[in-house]
Design a protein around this ligand. Structure first.
Ligand code: PLP
Length: 411
């Protein structure tokens, strides 16, 4: 008899986006002519930069010619891309990495999920709350989360670190020591960031407590204020405690093309049960070479093109476009008297719902009174209750139209 991994049965259906869809459908049924604007999606809307498209075409042509055809590539990624990543994303920030510490993949989500393969089930995991749901769900699948509590929101073996306006969205080390902590900065969903000092505290905590930090910097390209680290390795000794996940999705519009990378420094050592230190880079390399056959050549050439001088200008144009949306939205929401967080160094705006409205009540009012769809904060975790996420990834024209509706809104 073949048995299943029963951890999968513990996972509740992911109701958030299907509930949103149902509510929007019900609204459309009542108001078929309403022009609904979605500021809820976490997907980009701008097309791929022209220079990246050119690189894709050129790589496709190479594949059609026996002289330049490529079959299986290195599972870790081509060194032309690893080297570009090191030169452009790390060296000028004072971070020295070797190509074999960079593992190219089909996106950050896969790596964030797969990293659990090389980590013991016995590890105690901590997350900031609210949180990108993948961190929790993949630990449920891996058997590290325990069981879901009666409130349907907390897993009893996960340590939740609330990040709310009360603590200025800065996570404090928990009273129970975690073996692993996920940190995501700039943060999805709150759009908030950590200063170098604040991140340093976490690195020092991890060094003292032998905690592994899984650092997700999928939104680092949106940072423009000085003093906010783009990489955790800008902090001294972070290579000894952290794995970093990066993505071309939000940086260069690759949500459909699929490319990301994970940095696993050779200095990072964890333990086996006999307390012997184990090199994690070697373990991840073994995992990848066995279970992954590499990101496609043409996509890696496309990713490489984002680092060309023209590529940098073109991808920055899209980031500026989204951040102009963020600035306009933020300004309008503040003028409407709402308390707003994020949106300065991230494409997400985290709204405190007024008059103690629940996240879902605010959702209903925004939908029925302004015909705008966003994401209820409670969908990202218990500390998201009373908050609401809006994204800057929409079209400029839609953002402008939303603003004029919000300006006339009687909250
Ligand atoms: N990490 C965070 C925090 C995200 O919000 C997302 C996507 O929304 C990802 C990772 C996934 O990135 P990718 O498209 O590279 O899989």
């Amino acid at each position: 008899m073949a048995l299943i991994n029963e951890n999968f049965l513990k996972l509740p259906e992911s109701y958030l986006f299907s509930d949103i869809k149902k509510k929007v459908e019900a609204f459309k049924h009542l108001h078929p002519d309403a022009n609904i604007i979605s500021l809820g999606i976490g997907d980009v809307t701008r097309p791929i930069a022209p220079v990246v498209i050119e690189a894709l075409h050129a790589a496709v042509d190479e594949m059609g010619d026996s002289k330049t055809f490529r079959g299986y590539g290195p599972e870790q990624g081509y060194d032309f891309l690893q080297k570009k990543i090191i030169e452009n994303d790390y060296i000028h920030r004072g971070v020295d990495l070797a190509p074999d510490e960079i593992f190219i993949s089909d996106g950050a989500k896969s790596d964030i999920g797969n990293i659990g393969d090389i980590l013991s089930m016995q590890n105690r995991v901590a997350v900031t709350d609210p949180v990108y749901p993948v961190y929790i769900d993949t630990n449920v699948m891996g058997g590290r989360a325990g069981n879901i509590a009666k409130d349907g929101q907390h897993w009893d073996n996960i340590i939740y670190i609330p990040c709310t306006s009360e603590n200025n969205f800065i996570p404090e080390p928990p009273s129970v020591r975690p073996d692993i902590i996920y940190l995501c900065y700039p943060n999805n969903p709150t759009g908030t960031t950590l200063s170098k000092n604040e991140l340093e505290k976490w690195v020092n905590y991890a060094l003292e407590n032998e905690t592994l930090i899984l650092f997700d910097s999928a939104y680092e390209a949106y940072i423009h204020d000085e003093g906010i680290p783009h990489s955790i390795y800008e902090v001294k000794d972070a290579k000894r405690v952290a794995i970093e996940f990066r993505s071309f999705s939000k940086t260069a519009g690759f949500t459909g093309l699929r490319c990301g990378y994970t940095v696993v420094p050779k200095e990072l050592k964890l333990y086996d049960t006999s307390k012997k230190k184990v090199n994690i880079n070697r373990l991840w390399n073994r995992r990848q070479t066995t279970k992954f056959n590499g990101t496609s050549y043409i996509v890696q050439r496309a990713a490489e093109a984002t680092y060309s001088p023209v590529g940098k200008i073109q991808i920055q144009e899209s980031i500026d476009y989204y951040m102009r949306n963020a600035g306009l939205l933020k300004d309008c929401l503040q003028k409407a008297g709402l308390q707003i967080y994020g949106g300065d160094n991230a494409p997400y705006i985290w709204v405190k719902t007024p008059n103690e409205l629940s996240s879902w009540k605010f959702f209903d009012r925004l939908l029925y009174e302004c015909h705008i769809v966003g994401t209820p904060g409670v969908g990202f975790g218990p500390s998201g209750e009373g908050y609401f996420r809006l994204t800057a990834f929409g079209r400029y024209e839609d953002t402008i139209e939303s603003i004029s509706r919000i300006q006339n809104w009687k909250l």
